[in-house]
Design a binder for this molecule. Structure first.
Ligand code: PLP
Length: 370
């Protein structure tokens, strides 16, 4: 927390606007629009809810197809199933680990030949780094398919000078507890398409028609954020640039501290500037040590680290889904999952804590070489 969150929460209490909505919700939407550089926003209870509403807006329904980045969290693609549609997964490229334009083109060629054109493409900005939109968007435009940018992890990141969240026809952010800013739980949909935001706002409040009584003609959802959570979000937004700075320092400290070891830190593309949400490394394939060994050793010192997201096509839930690779037969995402480790990356990580992480990783390599 940055300090101002309590001020906005207190205002909600003082005005007795705890719920359902209130000034904090309106202001959080306005302030986020201004920060990101978009015209319209809708604050929600989660990022997943945002993807669900965006899919519904693009008419995704039973039997339809939706393309989605493969190396991501399941929140990106569960909403495809909520709509009884079929996910199709697209592999990563090696430069940023985001959606591969090569694999995307292959998927569109397949869709055209099989008459399975998707209703939307969900492009994820992975681990706080933008996808390569100058490559990806023209492909989607060529086939006339709208893009939902899943910038859940990438608030504050930029691509060629523009903020993540401005590349999708509709984009979403998450303020879940583990994100760069948090409202304890929450999300936001942003777009320059006013009609889209208006319709999603309607669905997110149980599709209540304008009437004195409760009148409903369409299915609706209880997806709004509370005025308290939005107050936390307003305070957090003010602290965001500081969080990015701290996380960039985390990344640079890991990069420097690990440079002699057979590890690679997540590459940063020249096309943008990430928010450094997570510092992620991959152990060299030729190394005699496994990520699991390092994760376990860190665990013995009460240091939490984790594997990367397990790619969606490897999940039992999505085992039937078509998958398109960047290369001929090898899957970039599966390799990253096999060799990757997410290191402690919090905005309040101290230098002493980080030294202990570095020292423990050193120990792990020393122990196998003895
Ligand atoms: C890439 C990605 N998409 C979607 C989500 C879902 O967001 P939420 O947890 O707010 O529903 C998350 C994180 O939780 C995420 O990391």
């Amino acid at each position: 927390m940055s300090g101002n969150e309590m001020k906005y929460i207190q205002e909600a209490f003082d005005t007795n606007w705890i719920a359902p909505l209130g000034t904090n919700v309106d202001k959080f939407e306005e302030e986020l629009c201004e920060y990101v550089g978009v015209n319209h926003a809708l604050a929600l209870s989660s990022g997943t809810a945002g993807i669900h509403l965006a899919l519904k807006y693009y008419g995704v329904g039973p039997g339809d197809y939706v393309f989605c980045s493969d190396l991501t969290f399941t929140g990106s693609c569960n909403p495809i199933l909520y709509q009884y549609a079929n996910p199709v997964f697209i592999d990563s490229e090696p430069e940023t680990w985001n959606m591969s334009p090569v694999a995307l083109e292959k998927a569109f060629e397949w869709a055209q030949s099989e008459d399975k054109m998707p209703k939307a493409v969900i492009i994820v900005d992975l681990y706080g780094q933008s996808a390569d939109y100058d490559q990806l968007l023209p492909i989607c435009r060529k086939y006339g398919v709208p893009v939902i940018e899943d910038a859940a992890e990438a608030l504050g990141a930029t691509y060629k000078g523009k903020k993540c969240g401005t590349f999708g026809d509709i984009s979403i952010f998450s303020f879940n507890g583990n994100k760069i800013i948090t409202t304890s739980g929450g999300g936001m949909v942003v777009s320059n398409d006013e009609a889209a935001i208006k319709k999603m706002r309607f669905w997110s409040t149980q599709s209540r028609e304008i009437a004195k009584h409760y009148e409903h003609k369409e299915i609706g959802y209880n997806y709004r954020i509370s005025n308290i959570s939005a107050g936390i979000g307003r305070g957090q937004l003010q602290a965001l640039e500081g969080f990015i700075k701290n996380r960039k320092e985390n990344y640079n400290t890991y990069k420097e501290g690990l440079k002699e070891l057979p590890l690679q830190i997540m590459p940063i593309s020249e096309h943008g500037s990430p928010n450094y949400w997570l510092s992620v490394v991959t152990v060299n394939i030729s190394s005699s040590i496994t990520p699991e060994y390092i994760i376990d050793l860190l665990g013995t010192k009460n240091i939490e680290s984790r594997p990367l997201w397990k790619p969606m096509h490897m999940q039992p839930l999505f085992s039937e889904a078509p998958m398109f690779y960047h290369m001929e037969s090898e899957c970039i995402g599966s390799q990253l999952f096999e060799y990757g480790i997410c290191l402690p990356s919090g905005s309040s990580l101290t230098k002493v804590q980080q030294s202990l992480v570095l020292q423990t990783i050193d120990e792990a390599f020393l122990s196998v070489h003895q």
